[in-house]
Design a binder for this molecule. Sequence first.
Ligand code: DAT
Ligand code: MG
Length: 151
Amino acid sequence: GQGERTFVMIKPDGVQRGVVGSIISRFEDKGYKMVGCKMMDTPTQHCEKHYEEHKERPFFNKLVTYVCSGPVVAMVWEGTESIKGSRNLIGATNPTAATPGTIRGDFAMEMGRNLIHGSDSTESAAKEISHWFEDDELSKWTHHSKEWLFE
Ligand code: DAT
Ligand code: MG
């Protein structure tokens, strides 16, 4: 529905490369409402928990090292079908395959430097939002263009 929320994280390469603003703009331009945003240094265990579905994969340790290598920007975005829609903005996991126009398609080259994470289902969005944010870190506010963004 219109109030669907998703978890999005700009990984350390996005912060280091100074594209945080460009990435946030894409979500704002789409019409999504930011309801949470914080920069943080991710404790290793917190990151391992976030990626626990991949813990048996050969790339797991490298992935965790990469995501813990510097500050990330953790965010919650809200809007109509925002989980699927955000994944479309982000693009394919492998930036080589990601369509131009997507964030990974436009800003990244390699799987291990693919800039950004987005929840892939209703279940993972709920889990990830509560893993990264306390309830009082999420803001309730009304978008001033609400009538022009939603039917
Ligand atoms: P996504 O981030 O698009 O949801 P995913 O959940 O399948 O992709 O994997 C999480 C991250 O792990 C992904 O952003 C990059 C890394 N990764 C995935 N598959 C990989 C592989 N085959 N080799 C190296 N890294 C991989
Ligand atoms: Mg994933």
